[in-house]
Design a protein around this ligand. Structure first.
Ligand code: IPE
Ligand code: IPE
Ligand code: MG
Length: 247
């Protein structure tokens, strides 16, 4: 289905001052299910509908980069059955959304330790990435098996190897050198970081990249997060004064 924005939905939003990169910590699926006396997996299933809604809304509004935290390096420590259910859901999502991404000119990318993912999930990721490679309407990044600390360690190792081989001098190392070795090398830093379900923490998400992001934390659990609330947050973002250390 080709997305089609109803202009009245975004009344009051300044289309010329949108964040270019929106990053989201999608939290609260388990609590949503537990509140309803259901299995946590039901929460993840319902959460997948919210993912579709957020992708669609950002694409319609004209956000250039959307990064969604779907699975952290620490989430591997969850019970085996929950991890397996999440992997299955992920694979289903990649298959079911491929057509939607093609029709709506969305380029799909994954950041994280993808080598730790099951083969069938990696195949599905590769397939969707290849199929959407030429799209330039919006970049959708899924953070999967992602951890900010391990991303920085990866960068440090690559830089150390360059120094050891004599391709780089220690004095030439700058923030730009580090950025070049992050998963997000080609992506601007998030302007806006949203976390659902009220936790006041970062949970190892994009720790280098969010140095100057505007942070919004909502109590809403991810499966209950709505298009209206997202648009409300974008409007509030537009009212913030980003100083970047200046006066
Ligand atoms: C977010 O919801 C999804 C993942 C981390 C995979 P949670 O599963 O963390 O839900 P809560 O925080 O337990 O409610
Ligand atoms: C962060 O949520 C990871 C994702 C949303 C994928 P968690 O539920 O894993 O974070 P903590 O454990 O509450 O910090
Ligand atoms: Mg959680």
């Amino acid at each position: 289905m080709k997305y089609n924005l109803n202009p009245s939905d975004i009344e009051g939003l300044d289309k010329t001052a949108l964040p270019s990169h929106v990053a989201v910590i999608m939290d609260g699926n388990g609590r949503w299910a537990q509140k309803k006396f259901m299995n946590r997996v039901k929460g993840h299933e319902k959460g997948a509908d919210t993912v579709r809604m957020v992708v669609r809304t950002c694409r319609e509004i004209g956000i250039s980069f959307l990064t969604l935290y779907a699975f952290s390096t620490e989430n591997w420590l969850r019970p085996k059955a929950e991890v397996a259910a999440l992997m299955l859901l992920l694979k289903k999502f990649l298959v079911s959304e491929k057509q939607e991404m093609l029709v709506n000119n969305i380029r799909f990318n994954v950041i994280g330790e993808t080598e730790r993912l099951p083969d069938d999930v990696r195949d599905a990721i590769q397939h969707t990435m290849d199929a959407t490679r030429k799209n330039d309407g919006m970049n959708l990044n899924l953070a999967l098996s992602y951890g900010g600390r391990s991303e920085i360690v990866k960068a440090a190792k690559e830089i150390a190897a360059e120094v050891k081989d004599g391709r780089l001098s220690v004095d030439a190392i700058t923030p730009e050198t580090v950025i070049k070795h992050l998963y997000t090398a080609e992506i601007p830093d998030p302007d806006l970081l949203i976390r659902t379900s009220g936790e006041m923490r970062i949970s190892n998400f994009l720790i280098w990249q969010i140095a100057y992001s505007e942070i919004f934390i909502t109590e809403t659990l991810w499966p209950d997060f709505t298009r209206n609330e997202l648009i409300q947050i974008l409007k509030e973002y537009q009212g913030r004064n980003r100083r970047f250390g200046r006066v």
